[in-house]
Design a binder for this molecule. Structure first.
Ligand code: C2E
Ligand code: CA
Ligand code: CA
Length: 404
């Protein structure tokens, strides 16, 4: 059937409003609740048959007709989004656009108009850009990307880990999220190398301050593994298949909860801290104060010295606040704050040209505080894990898998 589809068919289908969106839920691995959905196009023919995008999107993309479909569907997307937001104002909806959509003004113009017309918070919409390697360097594309950012619409790099979305593109364009491709997720099960690639991609995105969405999660074990690796958003058949709006709304109505185990978050927090310490030590010994030339100096990081703004601090004073009142959480504040104070003293000493011996003895003090921070994080994790009910089937399953 796919081979028979022509542009004339697509034009007619668009005119007859035969394209609809199905929505696939996304779950926040931090809260364990649905946090939004991805809109996935379907062609619903007059006789009710559904045609998957794999059968017509490639033709639409190669002919450029995709831009007309995208723009036409936007209004529908915003109407649906408004209905979802009435249900839960924290939800976000993402939709797919191709790199080509940025070569003309139509897409961003339409998003602009739709945002105004439907009076929705632009942050409730996210654009997933497929084949980002095709984003060209033309002034038009650059200007349109900028306009989208200024509007406050988030941008995700789709299919991360495939040939079409490279590391190069991550630094070049203002993405706020990456979507790990389902190929990366399924290959994870093959061997250790592929697992490491997935885990390192999650860590890299975290360090770049990007949200990491994993797609194609088909089992609880995959969900748990990704969660423990610090992934923050999950999507896949194990949670739900894509479905029409009405079904999605009743799905939301069930208020289901998924696991939100803290191992991944505490792992990230520890790595954030270890990295901060390494950057500081590096700066003290080789950074601004050495006799390095400017080119060398520009390679060192500038660790964030404000304890509320370093990565650990942002977690602690942000999401981590949900543990406030827990003695272990509260106990972390002091050594962390002292650690930053100690770091500032060290930088001043290095700047004054103090001897290495003096620096080292001061670094030892800092290391003690650093160890306290790590212990607090690990103890908090222990406390949280032991709170989990051991008799839930999922948890029993998890324990048996780990002890196997
Ligand atoms: P995508 O953006 O990578 O979307 C994910 C695809 O994986 C969807 O297929 C989804 O139904 C499927 N999927 C989700 N969870 C699982 C899972 O656990 N296992 C497996 N095996 N598959 C899963 P779908 O809906 O057929 O869409 C295919 C592709 O078509 C999308 O891939 C996207 O690139 C494109 N597409 C869909 N809607 C649009 C659209 O409105 N505009 C454009 N330009 N492309 C679209
Ligand atoms: Ca997508
Ligand atoms: Ca994909």
């Amino acid at each position: 059937m796919a081979a028979d589809i022509t542009i004339t068919d697509l034009t007619k289908a668009l005119a007859n409003n035969e394209f609809i969106y199905f929505y696939q839920p996304k779950v926040s691995m931090v809260t364990g609740r649905v946090c939004g959905s991805e809109a996935l196009i379907r062609w619903q023919r007059a006789d009710g048959t559904l045609i998957s995008p794999a059968h017509f999107i490639p033709l639409a993309e190669s002919t450029g007709f995709i831009s007309e479909i995208t723009v036409h569907m936007l209004d529908k997307l915003y109407v649906d989004n408004t209905i979802m937001l009435d249900f839960d104002p924290t939800l976000t909806t993402s939709f797919n656009v191709s790199a080509k959509d940025f070569m003309t003004d139509a897409l961003v113009d339409s998003i602009h108009v739709a945002t105004d017309t439907h009076e929705v918070d632009p942050a409730s919409i996210q654009v997933e850009i497929t084949e980002s390697a095709m984003l060209d360097n033309s002034d038009k594309t650059i200007a349109n990307m900028k306009r989208l950012r200024q509007l406050g619409v988030a941008m995700a790099m789709d299919d991360f880990g495939t040939g079409f979305s490279s590391l190069d593109m991550l630094s070049k364009w203002p993405f706020s999220a990456v979507k790990l491709d389902q190929g990366v997720i399924s290959r994870m099960q093959d061997d250790k190398k592929n697992k490491t690639i997935a885990v390192s991609s999650i860590r890299m995105a975290h360090e770049l301050g990007m949200e990491v969405v994993a797609e194609g999660i088909e089992s609880e074990a995959t969900y748990m593994f990704l969660q423990n690796s610090g992934c923050t958003v999950a999507q896949g058949y194990w949670i739900s298949r894509p479905m029409p709006l009405e079904s999605f709304l009743s799905f939301l109505g069930k208020k289901r909860r998924w696991h939100s185990m803290p191992i991944g978050l505490f792992y990230m927090a520890q790595l954030d801290h270890i990295r901060w310490r390494k950057e500081l030590i590096e700066l003290i010994y080789f950074g601004r104060f050495g006799d390095n030339d400017g080119a060398k100096r520009s390679l060192w990081y500038e660790p964030e010295m404000d304890h509320t703004r370093c990565m650990l601090g942002r977690w602690y004073y942000g999401e981590g606040r949900k543990y406030a009142g827990n003695a272990l959480y509260d106990a972390l504040a002091e050594p962390h704050q002292e650690l930053h104070q100690s770091g500032r003293v060290l930088l001043e000493m290095a700047e004054r040209g103090e001897s290495k011996d003096k620096l080292v003895s001061r670094i030892r003090k800092l290391s003690k505080l650093s160890a306290q921070v790590i212990v607090c994080l690990q103890e908090l994790e222990n406390a949280e894990m032991s709170k989990l009910r051991r008799n839930t089937p999922q948890f029993a399953d998890l324990i048996s898998k780990h002890s196997a």
